[in-house]
Write a protein that binds this ligand. Structure first.
Ligand code: ATP
Length: 356
């Protein structure tokens, strides 16, 4: 396993910028995810690491080796794509063995390695099956086996679960994580699915329009988003526009246009904020941080939507300037009705202040 260092990397497609001045280091053995909406530059970055694209500027290093302009087959990487890219008329074993044959390993060695890796992905009984006789989930495991059998220094996965249905996606996600932990291979994973990224990754890079918006552990990204984009993209959140009214020690008071006051803590705000009176801020409130009844940051609004999901009761509560998504976990089955007034409060520690 190797580390991957990306230094000042940009990729320009004619007039279209793919990614802009990326700098990051992926540690050896890490499960690292590129996350962001369609077109943000995830695949472009992965393809430069694989060697399918060359950067317009900057350098890529595996450990201390500069691989920026090296051909893909010289990089010792394993790659899994969304559409598997398997040979449909060949058997599972023939598919897995492909990379080893290219490397001219002996027959015995190939059989040993294929057997071992087929076991690792739980396809022991399927060696002689043709690819077109397998389910989508099984095909994806063959693709993973084929990428891993060559013992890559780096495993690259580009939206590998997006062709699977929800249940299989979750099962395969757990499988991939198990195999990665077992092998300890440096893994770079591309997805636009934030749940998937949160569940699997050691660290996540959130991207938007070719730039990095934040790099951090799933907990950091969720609990300490650096900016509005990250807060909004990861999980559900309410973003309320306000102006800083006063600062008193660790307390920040912010007011909305129509005069609603919120009090939160300075330490619960993005480090990019300057904390000056008069600054515009976004107050980020997770739906699960809103509580029923009176308390800190009390609000009274009107219910415009109710939904019972089993785990929670979800409300949308309207105020003059904004609506609040509210998720009540222990509701004891009591539902309020659309049109009813509802009293809510948000603990001062649960507000989070963000800049643009
Ligand atoms: P998706 O999730 O839809 O695959 P992505 O985050 O992987 O999106 P990229 O495919 O990396 O995004 O694309 C980043 C930007 O570069 C987009 O604006 C895209 O249109 C552009 N782009 C990507 N590949 C090419 C190419 N071969 N030629 C021209 N423009 C490209």
């Amino acid at each position: 396993m190797k580390s991957v260092k990306i230094e000042n990397v940009s990729k320009q497609f004619g007039q279209v910028p793919g990614v802009k001045d990326l700098n990051l280091t992926i540690k050896a053995g890490e499960f690292f995810t590129f996350l962001g909406p369609s077109g943000c530059g995830k695949t472009t970055t992965l393809r430069m690491i694989a060697g399918f694209y060359y950067p317009t500027e900057g350098k890529i290093l595996f450990d201390d080796r500069d691989v920026t302009l090296l051909q893909p087959n010289k990089r010792n990487i394993g790659m899994v794509f969304q559409n598997y890219a398997l040979f449909p008329h060949m058997t599972v074993d023939e598919n897995i063995a492909f990379g080893l044959q290219v490397r001219k390993l002996s027959k015995t060695e190939i059989t040993q390695k294929v057997d071992r890796i087929r076991g690792l992905v739980h396809l022991e009984q399927y060696g002689r099956r043709k690819i077109n006789e397998l389910s989508g989930g099984q095909q994806q495991r063959v693709a993973l086996a084929r990428a891993l059998v060559i013992e890559p220094d780096i495993l690259l996965l580009d939206e590998p679960l997006s062709n699977l249905d929800a249940k299989l996606r979750e099962e395969t996600r757990i499988e991939i994580k198990r195999i990665q932990t077992e092998l300890g291979v440096t893994t770079i994973y591309v997805t636009h699915d934030q749940m998937e990224a949160m569940a699997m990754s050691d660290r996540i890079m959130v991207m938007e329009q070719g730039i990095i918006k934040q790099i951090g552990t799933p907990q950091e990204i969720y609990n300490r988003p650096l900016n509005r984009f990250v807060a909004d993209f990861i999980g559900e959140t309410n973003l309320i526009e306000a102006t800083i009214e006063s600062i008193n020690g660790d307390d920040i008071q912010a007011k909305t246009v129509n005069g609603l006051n919120f009090i939160g803590r300075k330490q619960h705000s993005s480090p990019t904020l300057t904390h000056m009176i008069g600054d515009k801020v976004f107050i980020s409130i997770r739906p699960e941080s809103v509580n029923l009844g009176p308390g800190e940051n009390k609000l009274i609004g009107k219910i415009s939507f109710v939904e019972f999901t089993g785990v929670s009761v979800n409300y949308i509560v309207d105020f003059t300037e904004f609506s609040l998504k509210v998720m009540i976990i222990n509701s004891n089955g009591q539902l309020k009705q659309i049109g009813e007034d509802i009293t809510l409060h948000i603990a001062q520690d649960s507000l989070y202040f963000l800049g643009e």
